[in-house]
Design a protein around this ligand. Structure first.
Ligand code: NAD
Length: 468
């Protein structure tokens, strides 16, 4: 028995291609409904063994996994780089953020989920009340292509720490690095049942099969349209879901902000992974008073950025042609509607690469402001004051991340923003903080990854009351 789903020799396969060169970098099976169901059944058996180990018994398995990956990190960087043409440093960033999530969950699972006594209340004073958090059983984890290492570790690792077995369906665009991370669990723990940590591969049909396979919980990270399909596919079996979806993160730059620091952070947050990040900075609202100075600083930051696959490149190619076309549509539409290009423009689009583009004064009803662009495009719009900045930042269907730059008003402005997380005087940081929950509101989804809430996401509350 292996951690990979079992296949007949006739199973269809698909190729993964490096988006910069087009070279085939791997071939994987397309798992059908029967293969997915069989894998989930095997996982169910393995979960019983894992559950009986208890918190103290499970912890060393997770710690050995973390240690093994930290020692073999170069192999993961290379695989991530070959598969998606991203800089190795970006893969390094996601690997260590993911390892920290697993480490945190392994150390804190007992404290967060163990059985505890609860005051029964006056009317039930003659009862002893105990609350505990039980693992669901088998958790299906479906991941997107843009952070395959991080999201595999964060999703699967936290579900495991809560006592579940996991079946992961990585993106068809980047399965190799995700599978390498899962294989490492078994290399570090040869005595663990193979089906405790396993995977299935394929396209949307395989993901859909996992939703309907009888898994006890489904953790999905990906786009909003796919999130809707996942929820529909989970509805017939009432399989609970956690949805981590897209975003249109806004940054507010107040008059008392450190403008150089804000410009550097905004451009880093907008260009990280070529803008192909759920919490990428896509919109900036700067107050009129500091607009010109801020735009000067942004222009400096966005000029001369090395885009390519060299060791010092800031980011690599767009991963799909469809993504290039979304960027083209948003940029040309915004310019036709009266926006100005501060940096770059349509000529920056040279598939599969796109150089940084900064648009200013984009009408608020255009797709570049309303829809997820998921490319190296930052919109900077000017507002009279912070109140208007908050109003516009909140005027979106999304609510994943956000950030605020202000010397004195940061926390107060942050409290007024409708988003799962806000970073003050920096960007993106809340995503990688393992002790804090991460997730969205509105079309950005629901449920939380990591932190105590993330551990409870993968366990159900059980009340036991005993008459004294
Ligand atoms: P996607 O929705 O196209 O695919 C995500 C995964 O879902 C893939 O594994 C895919 O094979 C699978 N899938 C496709 N159709 C399915 C179906 N009908 N049923 C079940 N599974 C199905 O997303 P993508 O292009 O890989 O990733 C980019 C998107 O992910 C962006 O919108 C980005 O914002 C979002 N994202 C969100 C977070 C977060 O934590 N909120 C993190 C990273 C990416």
């Amino acid at each position: 028995m292996t951690a990979q789903a079992e296949h007949t020799e006739r199973a269809a396969t698909f190729d993964v291609r490096n988006p910069a060169t087009g070279a085939v970098v791997g071939t994987f099976p397309v798992d059908d409904d029967a293969a997915v169901r069989a894998q989930v059944e095997r996982a169910r058996e393995a979960q019983r063994w894992w559950s009986e180990l208890g918190f103290a018994g499970r912890r060393p398995y997770l710690q050995r996994w973390v240690r093994y990956l930290a020692l073999h990190c170069d192999e993961i960087y290379e695989l991530g780089h070959t598969e998606t043409a991203r800089p190795r440093a970006d893969v390094q960033f996601e690997l260590f953020a993911g390892l920290e999530d697993v480490r945190w969950a392994a150390v804190h699972a007992r404290k967060v989920l163990r059985e505890r006594r609860v005051a029964p209340g006056l009317a039930m004073a003659n009862f002893d009340a105990r609350l505990s958090y039980q693992p669901y059983g088998v958790v299906g984890v479906i991941t997107p292509w843009n952070a395959p290492v991080y999201l595999t570790l964060s999703g699967a690792g936290v579900a495991l720490a809560a006592g579940n077995a996991v079946v992961v369906k990585p993106s068809e665009l980047s399965p190799a690095s995700a599978i390498a991370v899962l294989e490492a669990f078994h290399t570090a723990n040869p005595d663990a049942p193979p089906a405790l940590v396993s995977w299935v591969t394929g396209f949307g049909e395989t993901g859909s099969a996992l939703c309907g396979s009888g898994v006890d919980k489904l953790a999905f990270t990906g786009s909003v349209p796919t999130g809707r399909r996942v929820m529909a596919a989970c509805a017939p079996t009432l399989t609970p879901v956690v949805l981590e979806l897209g975003g249109k993160d806004a940054t507010i730059v107040a008059a008392d902000a450190d403008l150089e620091a804000a410009a550097a952070a905004v451009m880093w947050g907008g260009l990280f992974n070529g803008g192909q990040a759920c919490v990428g900075v896509e919109r900036v609202y700067v107050v009129q008073e500091v607009r010109d100075a801020f735009l000067d600083a942004v222009k400096k930051q966005a000029t001369g950025v090395d885009v390519g696959t060299g060791p010092l490149s800031a980011y690599g190619p767009m991963t799909t042609e469809a993504q290039v076309e979304i960027v083209r549509r948003h940029v040309t539409d915004a310019l036709a509607a009266g926006a100005q290009a501060l940096v770059g423009g349509p000529e920056s689009i040279r598939p599969p690469y796109i150089d940084p583009i900064v648009l200013v004064d984009v009408p608020e009803d255009r797709p570049a402001v309303r829809e997820e662009t998921f490319g190296p495009v930052v919109v900077v719009n000017t507002v009279p004051d912070v109140d208007e900045a908050v109003r516009r930042a909140n005027s979106t269907e999304f609510g994943l991340g956000s950030s605020v730059f202000s010397a004195r008003g940061g926390p107060a402005i942050a409290r007024a923003l409708r988003a799962g997380g806000t970073t003050v005087n920096s960007v993106l940081t809340f995503v990688g903080m393992s002790s804090m929950p991460f997730g969205g509101v509105g079309s950005s989804g629901f449920g939380r990854f990591h932190g105590a809430d993330g551990l409870r996401e993968f366990a159900y509350a059980r009340s036991v009351v005993r008459k004294r």
